[in-house]
Ligand binder design. Structure first.
Ligand code: ZN
Length: 94
């Protein structure tokens, strides 16, 4: 991530997501809007990958990161689908 502005924004938004004042989906919307209007971000070749990782992190906050490494196994895929159902409600219960 080359863009210092985006780094700051993501840090702030992530705090809001963690305190449940911002939904993860909304946060990704805000990130994408920034990228669309930012030359630094648009020229950052690794940014899409980093945003993909970020998406994993913020959308599945209660899941240990290790599990995402094994999501290709059938069992984990099943769990993953269940998680997605919850997330479609765009709400995080504390
Ligand atoms: Zn930027």
């Amino acid at each position: 991530m080359n863009c210092s502005r985006l780094k700051t924004l993501i840090r702030d938004w992530y705090q809001e997501v963690r305190s449940f004042t911002l939904s993860p989906v909304k946060m990704m919307d805000l990130v994408e809007k920034h990228v669309q209007n930012c030359e630094v971000c648009q020229q950052d070749e690794t940014l899409p990958l980093e945003l993909e990782q970020l998406r994993e992190i913020i959308r599945v906050p209660y899941k240990p990161p290790k599990e995402t490494d094994f999501k290709f196994s059938e069992d984990i895929e099943y769990i993953y689908d269940e998680d997605l159902e919850d997330l479609e409600e765009e709400e995080i219960e504390s």
